[in-house]
Design a protein around this ligand. Sequence first.
Ligand code: NAP
Ligand code: GDD
Length: 350
Amino acid sequence: MNIMSSVALLTGATGQDGSYLAELLLDKGYEVHAIVRRSSTPNISRIDHILNHPSLADSFHLHYGDISDGEQINKILQTYQPDEIYHLGAQSHVKVSFESAEYTGNITGLSTTRILEGMRNVKKKTRMYQASSSEMFGGAASPQNEESSFIPRSPYACAKLYGYWMVKNYREGYNFFASNGILFNHESPRRGENFVTRKITIGAASIVAGKAKMLALGNLDATRDWGFAPEYVEGMYQILSHTTADDFVLATGKTHSVREFVDEVFAYIDLDVDAHVTVDPRYFRPTEVESLLGDARKAKGVLGWKPRVSFKDLVKIMVDADMRKMGLSVIGEGDEILAKHFPNKWWMGD
Ligand code: NAP
Ligand code: GDD
């Protein structure tokens, strides 16, 4: 353990964003601690490569814990006294939140209070990042920025809005350095397989591999502002490195429909959409967020944060990765985009 390193504590390190963020912080010389829940099947596939890395593994420490357990969070905070906390752990699936509304409130909402309360017992001035979401804007008019109304349209969005307000309250009430990153959708080859972009890229690769014939989706008309996850974790780091605690929207400023994402994926690998894609109402939501489009001018102006990967680039990066994972030959434009935009790539592999 390096005594001079800054210490970061992560929740959600086994997820898409947490795995990239762990790599980013380790690359910057942090000592990283992560709260990981025990599961009967392995849940560390996204961070396995870090745990086996010859020079990074010694700075990366996993602690069993659940973000429903305030006592364990307190214990970890008091033992490791982190300089920074990135609270990314959540039940993060919007559709699932309609089926598990109370659970989502507990895990996605109340966990933020557990972290904030735990911070009151930490001696040093810890900085805290809250993974807030564009889902909180829900039905608000586009484009959405830090001044827009919140009209949440799911139990997940309501839970995230509760966390958002708790962060603002502790910032004002206790002078905490606590910041909300209000992130619009961001994707990658590490995206969970039941979010729509990854479901589409895996589905298309499975069709090419002859493992599937059809891909069933829900609402194809919804539009999202989709960016590339590694750029968004860079934004998280910039938000906590800023001189003052504040709230920032991170987004690309472009929106596309689910149908456009399908079209782009299928065109890239020369598949016929009509022959392979069906709509199944099982995937519809009781209330839908029809359109999200972010205005990230504040983050650009104050932090200098600006995403480089376009919608078409994102599709190519994700399709190449899923084709490769299935042992198929890869077109390779995604690899070229990564080499162009990230010549000094700090994350490892897909
Ligand atoms: P993700 O891939 O679903 O990861 C969620 C993480 O939370 C996983 O590490 C998961 O652990 C952990 N977790 C869930 N329940 C837990 C519990 N009870 N105790 C401890 N850990 C628990 O999500 P993501 O896409 O990386 O997103 C990161 C955060 O940003 C989430 O809070 C999400 O809501 C928010 N967000 C995401 C986006 C986006 O577009 N990706 C946009 C805005 C906000 P397991 O691996 O064990 O399941
Ligand atoms: N998941 C899924 N599966 N979504 C589908 C499908 C399908 O088969 N078919 C259509 N969709 C539509 C959804 O109805 C939604 O309008 C859109 O695709 C995106 O759905 P998801 O990829 O599940 O993401 P999300 O926008 O609901 O939520 C994600 O982004 C939020 C930020 O805006 C998650 O990462 C949240 O955690 C995050 O806060």
